[in-house]
Write a protein that binds this ligand. Structure first.
Ligand SMILES: COc1ccc(C[C@@]2(O)NC(=S)NC2=O)c(OC)c1
Ligand SMILES: [Zn+2]
Length: 249
């Protein structure tokens, strides 16, 4: 049905605005980042995450992405510093990826599309709850991490099932803390413009097998015809005068 948004030609990003007017807002995400237009801001502080692995709860295929949810009923796994004031609670992380290694990320850096993009979504508890935070310009902070396919032979351990109860997502952070920051929106409907984006400059490496794992997920439920879950990324939206800040020179 047209009303259920997705990434296909009949319900994809070009049509979201028909049911979700915010999609045509002035602070939409993702965006293209051109290093020549980026402004270094020496007042930008370093960001810090202190995550409790025990906060990880479940991993879910919701037909649009693969999502891990965390206990955010108190300041258990938090992100602070960087462009933020106060501690933001980690609520969930999810990914966007392509059908091939040449595309899949949502933000595009100097024309480079990465194979995938990881979003770690945090919200500001001063707004009471997540729903309240969505309505505030400083309500949500998302750390975006680019995934590129490594050349090295992937070192997947066959058949090993890692329990998600002991998963500390800070292991996903790349070495460098360098980041870009700008004010934008969720990249899927309802596209609220409540996000302070912190995009890490250094991508993390994943093997092609790991990418294949992501691409093996399907949109459909069990016992329905196989419909591969791929290309769940929104193309870049107009900056509309916004300046992207860099924490690095
Ligand atoms: C109303 O609350 C929402 C709405 C959409 C998303 C998902 C997403 O749009 N946000 C980012 S970032 N990437 C996405 O795909 C969400 O993520 C926590 C929360
Ligand atoms: Zn996302």
């Amino acid at each position: 049905a047209q009303s259920v948004w997705g990434y296909d030609s009949d319900n994809g990003p070009e049509r979201w605005h028909e049911n979700y007017p915010l999609a045509k807002g002035d602070k939409q995400s993702p965006v293209e980042i051109n290093s020549k237009d980026v402004q270094h801001d020496s007042s930008l502080a370093a960001w810090h995450a202190s995550y409790d692995p025990g906060a990880a709860k479940t991993i879910l295929n919701n037909g649009r992405t693969c999502r891990v949810v965390f206990d955010d009923t108190f300041d258990r796994s938090v992100l602070r510093g960087g462009p933020l004031s106060g501690a933001y609670r980690l609520r969930q992380l999810h990914l966007h990826w392509g059908s091939r290694d040449e595309h899949g990320s949502e933000h595009v850096i100097d024309g480079v599309r990465y194979a995938a993009e990881l979003h770690m979504v945090h919200w500001n508890p001063k707004h009471g709850n997540f729903a309240g935070a969505l309505k505030q310009p400083d309500g949500v902070a998302v750390v975006g991490i680019f995934l590129k396919v490594s050349e090295i032979e992937n070192i997947k351990t066959k058949g090993k099932e890692a329990p998600f109860q002991h998963f500390d997502p800070s292991i996903l952070f790349p070495k460098s803390r360098d980041y870009w920051t700008y004010h934008g929106s969720f990249t899927t409907p309802p596209c609220e413009e409540c996000i302070t984006w912190i995009l890490l400059r250094e991508p993390i490496e994943v093997s092609s097998d790991q990418m294949a794992k992501l691409r093996s997920l399907s949109k459909n439920s069990e016992n329905e015809p196989e419909d591969p879950l791929v290309d769940n990324w929104r193309p870049p939206q107009p900056l509309k005068g916004r300046i992207v800040k860099a924490s690095f020179k």
